[in-house]
Design a protein around this ligand. Structure first.
Ligand code: DAH
Length: 369
């Protein structure tokens, strides 16, 4: 058996690319024989790789030459049989041969469109595409749009106004007395040239009436600026929506119905509104308006400070002086105006305890909207 096995193995010794250590002819493994075998193997592998038809054929080649039981690992075993002084040259030839084969396999893989490389590099067309998160509009912008669409359904048109204003539009034309505290540089941001960052959206009323004949019916959402110390309910810039309706025979009842409808649209049919007498320079009479507390339903809680109501903003009948300032005849035209704070509305709507959350730009907060 042993004899047969040995003989059998010897048979393979004479195949061009096969050597066998245990076959009793180790001493014949001269440097030249190994180098020759390596070069021949490289040539053969290159020739086969060049015509390989598909990834499977390439993989078979790789296994044949470089695989664990392939030709090259087998050849490398023979290195040990080479006399020490010849080992360096044999090793170099061996490495060159292996590099040639690998290069031939890579080139063939590239020719086959990368498919010859293993699956880890292949493109899997069945995978879903990678999505980029596009982001979305800020909650205040979303809320402003929602409010505007509610008012639009009641016949209001949305308009824009400048954030950098002049004193005339922000104060004078709005009938604001010279000594009114809101004009103080401690409250309003002044530029060196005397212009200001608008402290309210009310100047948009003036700009619309200056350029449009009555009747007008507008809402103006926008950013306003005040010198406040930021805390849970105050910021240096925040957002308002201004409303103005001028026509013949407009009354406080119209104002009330518009605000009630708005409250219903925003918070549902159970919410009530309440008007309280107040003072604004540009309206007469003036009111502050409250929504019944949307948290406790009016019973009293810490959000409404046990009053059952939450202040939303100011409103009133447009002061005849304001109408005169824009050239409208107060004997013919009358109207109401209102202004509401969007941050306050957002806090109630989404139960946000601190408005600074809205501006910290923490996506964990923002992505909830
Ligand atoms: N501009 C006022 C403010 O910022 C809000 C306001 C009150 C607007 C009454 C109005 C109004 O149009 O009639 O506090």
């Amino acid at each position: 058996m042993v004899t047969f096995f040995t003989t059998f193995k010897q048979f393979f010794v004479f195949l061009p690319e096969r050597f066998d250590l245990k076959a009793g002819f180790q001493r014949k493994n001269s440097m030249n024989e190994i180098i020759e075998a390596v070069n021949r193997a490289a040539e053969n592998a290159e020739a086969k790789a060049a015509v390989a038809a598909d990834a499977g054929a390439l993989e078979a080649l790789r296994i044949e030459y470089l695989g664990r039981n392939g030709l090259f690992p087998e050849l490398s075993k023979k290195m040990g049989t080479v006399p020490p002084e010849e080992r360096k040259a044999t090793g170099t030839a061996f490495n060159t041969g292996r590099t040639r084969i690998q290069a031939a396999l890579d080139a063939a893989a590239a020719r086959l469109g990368g498919a010859g490389k293993q699956d880890k590099d292949a493109i899997d067309l069945t995978l879903p595409g990678r999505r980029t998160a596009p982001g979305h509009r800020h909650p205040i912008t979303q809320l402003a749009d929602e409010c505007v669409s509610v008012f639009r359904r009641m016949g209001f048109v949305a308009v824009d106004g400048p954030e950098i204003e002049d004193i005339y539009h922000n104060f004078d034309a709005l009938n604001t007395p010279d000594d009114h505290p809101s004009r103080d540089p401690k409250d309003t941001f002044y530029f060196p040239d005397g212009r200001i960052l608008r402290s309210q959206t009310s100047p948009v009323q003036i700009r619309v009436m200056e350029t449009h004949e009555p009747p007008v019916r507008i809402v103006a959402p926008g950013r306003v600026f005040r010198r406040d110390t930021p805390d849970a309910t105050h910021g240096m810039n925040f957002h308002q929506i201004e409303g103005l309706s001028i026509d013949k025979g407009v009354s406080m009842a119209d104002l009330k119905s518009v605000l009630q409808t708005f409250a219903w649209e925003m918070f549902g049919k159970d919410v009530k509104i309440r008007l309280r007498p107040h003072f604004f320079p540009f309206t007469e009479p003036s009111v502050e308006y409250d929504f019944s507390c949307v948290v406790c339903g009016g019973k009293g809680c810490n959000v409404c400070k046990n009053s059952g109501y939450i202040e939303i903003a100011g409103a009133g009948m447009v002061d005849p002086n304001v109408l005169k300032n824009v050239g409208y005849d107060p004997e013919i035209w009358s109207g109401y105006a209102f202004g509401l704070g969007l941050e306050r509305l957002a806090m109630l709507r989404y139960r946000i305890p601190d408005l600074r959350f809205l501006y910290d730009n923490d996506v964990r907060f923002l992505e909830q909207f």
